[in-house]
Design a protein around this ligand. Structure first.
Ligand SMILES: Nc1ncnc2c1ncn2[C@@H]1O[C@H](COP(=O)(O)OP(=O)(O)OP(=O)(O)O)[C@@H](O)[C@H]1O
Ligand SMILES: [Mg+2]
Length: 237
């Protein structure tokens, strides 16, 4: 019997007035995969995350997790399914310490990780009592990651985790994402503009452009795909 993909985005469309942010987009993520979701600015990547986490309701299509639709679930309950995310623009709780931010993640779901353990894991234990928003940007991103991990997810959505990081930090991040996937048995959906990172860690990549899926394949396949090159360069090659 064929195993169902953990996540199925099935023919999803999402419009904002005249803008078609997602146009009949389908893609899947299999358990244990790191799946890249790439595309130029405005392609619909974050909208896809917002649909999966139920912040947006699609105009058409379905999102299934473990074979069951997520569309009957309110955004506040998505975490209980085992889905966690980080945000393109870090969204930590203002005025709260690092550990209190992570505790929010841990309380969101049964079977969660202990905040102290997660903070050790992401090497933030020594700053756990500092106000999260006083820390450098790269550290804030790690706090967000810790908060997501603390809920004990099966599926982790990362929206531009390399954004604002130095070259060296991006290299470390790549190693870290793979290690997290192995240690916590995660499936990871990775939205990222840093192609070096996507190409080095993704098992498969889906490419969006102006709300449409234009390509899918291994990193090597999509890199060589003329439609993908054209979408990024805006010219034919
Ligand atoms: N809440 C919203 N209201 C109106 N338009 C929106 C909304 N969210 C997204 N859009 C529009 O939908 C399109 C896709 O946006 P989205 O943020 O998903 O792109 P993206 O691929 O994440 O881009 P980037 O790489 O710049 O983050 C854009 O044209 C954007 O302006
Ligand atoms: Mg985005």
């Amino acid at each position: 019997m064929a195993l169902l993909p953990l996540l199925e985005v099935d023919n999803v469309s999402k419009r904002f007035g005249g803008i078609v942010a997602l146009d009949a987009v389908s893609f899947t993520a299999e358990a244990g995969e790191i799946v890249g979701l790439i595309g130029p600015n405005g392609a619909g990547k974050t909208t896809a995350f917002n649909v999966i986490t139920r912040l947006y309701t699609p105009d058409e299509g379905d999102v299934r997790f473990d074979g069951e639709t997520l569309l009957d679930t309110p955004p506040s309950a998505v975490v209980r399914w085992g889905i966690a995310r980080t945000f393109q623009n870090v969204e930590l709780f203002r005025g709260m310490t690092v550990i209190d931010n992570v505790r929010v993640g841990a309380h969101a779901r049964q079977g969660e990780q202990r905040p102290e353990d997660v903070l050790f894991y992401v090497s933030l234990h020594s700053v756990r009592h500092r106000p999260a928003l006083e820390l450098p940007y790269a550290t804030q991103k790690r706090v967000e990651l810790a908060r997501a991990l603390a809920s004990g997810p099966q599926l982790l959505l990362l929206d531009e985790p390399a954004g604002g990081l130095s070259h060296e930090e991006v290299e470390q991040l790549g190693v870290f994402i793979r290690r997290m996937r192995d240690d916590f048995e995660l499936t990871i959906l990775l939205v990222e503009h840093h192609m070096g990172l996507v190409m080095s860690i993704a098992n498969r990549v889906h490419v969006l452009d102006f709300g449409k899926k234009i390509a899918e394949g291994t990193p090597r396949e999509v890199q060589a795909n003329p439609s993908v090159i054209e979408a990024y360069l805006g010219t034919s090659v």
